[in-house]
Design a protein around this ligand. Structure first.
Ligand code: NAD
Ligand code: TYD
Length: 353
């Protein structure tokens, strides 16, 4: 038995692979294109571990995915692979359409063919779990109830529109072909190995480098934040016992305005790594032009997952953000390699082509 993970060299995917192999001996086949966001240094602790098989490739490569499925006969596929950064999707949506929509379609085609050829028992047991985002639901007003699984899809950015399209394709493959799929829609993650283009790691890295801490617009946009390891445990839970064809919202019950996040990170750094001049890090806060089409508020109602599958996050925001800041302070070489682009040389050095 094995599972196939796509995008397992990215932020959430690599945390998932590490968590999986910390709790199970079931091998993981890890297919990743190694875009700028893929970093094999995240998985360095698995070097020499035969339970982890890394494969450099694209989910949109039907032949490659088909060959992998035939070779390893996984009992499940968990699809993390995506272009994931909203700001990049605004500057250039093309890669988002290519991977998140066309790539997911090719992946589904390969999985459909593989699944259709399985023996009855394996066919019944197979699962495709598609990892998605709360951003597909669009933006909430201040007093609106949190997103449930029945909310209308109203994606507003090229990123969220491309994820919404992939969710629809996954749904259609279940309804049309009977493919046993599960979809999770999760809120903003944070934690170790988060690429420092996203808000929380960017704040930590820029603070320490004495750079401005860019706050878009008035900083009052609200996100729900979930520690990445809690997302991993939710995915394991849904994979194990989720009802086929269902979607599950995953969230941390931690709605926070961005400015509060910025002040929390600054305060933790003031405590753990005070500035040499004794000034607080918050003096580095700089208000910058707002993101075009910036969604005002996301909030997740994760009661379905709790009531059906008994999942709740283990971390509070206070405990998770402290762990995260400490991780970045203790892993400066990882940060430096990302910032210098050195992580890409490292891949060539250790893995050849
Ligand atoms: P990430 O950008 O850190 O990682 C994406 C990974 O996918 C990278 O390793 C990249 O190399 C790989 N990849 C990209 N295109 C590929 C392709 N065509 N074929 C194979 N691999 C490819 O993203 P992340 O933050 O880890 O997000 C993982 C998934 O979770 C995404 O689907 C994202 O939409 C979803 N999600 C993310 C968040 C969040 O807060 N980060 C929240 C909810 C859902
Ligand atoms: P981000 O981490 O990019 O995640 P997402 O856009 O998927 O929610 O951004 C989180 C929030 O922080 C979002 O409201 C945009 C805001 N933000 C800033 O204010 N400054 C920044 O430099 C970045 C990257 C994000």
């Amino acid at each position: 038995m094995s599972i196939l993970v796509t995008g397992g060299a990215g932020f959430i995917g690599s945390n998932f692979v590490l968590d999986w192999l910390a709790q199970s001996d079931e091998p993981v086949i890890n297919l990743d294109k190694l875009t700028y966001a893929g970093n094999l240094e995240n998985l360095v602790s698995l070097r020499g571990d035969t339970r982890h098989v890394f494969v450099h490739g694209d989910i949109g490569d039907f032949d490659r995915v088909s060959q992998l499925l035939a070779e390893h006969q996984p009992r499940a596929l968990i699809n993390f692979a995506a272009e994931s950064h909203v700001d990049r999707s605004i500057h250039g949506p093309g890669d988002f359409i290519a991977t998140n929509i066309v790539g997911t379609f090719q992946l589904l085609e390969a999985v459909r063919a593989y699944w259709g050829g399985l023996a009855d028992e394996a066919r019944a047991d197979f699962r495709l779990l598609h990892v998605s985002t709360d951003e597909v639901y669009g933006s909430l007003g201040k007093d609106d109830p949190a997103f449930t699984e029945t909310n209308r899809y109203e994606p507003n950015s090229p990123y969220s529109a491309s994820k919404a399209a992939s969710d629809h394709l996954v749904r259609a493959y279940h309804h049309t072909y009977g493919l046993p799929v599960l979809t999770t829609n999760c809120s903003n993650n944070y934690g170790p190995y988060h690429f420092p283009e996203k808000l929380i790691p960017l704040l930590i890295v820029n603070s320490l480098a004495g750079k401005p801490l860019p706050v878009y617009g008035d900083g009052q946009q609200v996100r729900d934040w979930l520690y990445v390891k809690d997302h991993c445990s939710a995915i394991r839970r849904v994979l194990a016992d989720g009802r086929v064809g269902e979607t599950y919202n995953v969230g941390g019950w931690n709605e926070k305005p961005n400015l509060e996040i910025v002040h929390t990170v600054c305060a933790l750094l003031d405590e753990l790594r005070p500035r040499a001049d004794g000034q607080p890090y918050s003096t580095q806060i700089t208000y910058v032009t707002d993101r075009p089409g910036h969604d005002r508020r996301y909030a997740i109602d994760a009661r379905k997952l709790e009531q059906e599958l008994g999942w709740r996050p283990a971390e509070t925001f206070a405990s998770g953000i402290r762990k995260t800041v400490v991780w970045y302070l203790e892993n400066q070489p990882w940060v430096n390699n990302v910032l210098s682009g050195g992580y890409r040389d490292w891949v060539a050095k250790h893995y050849g082509n």
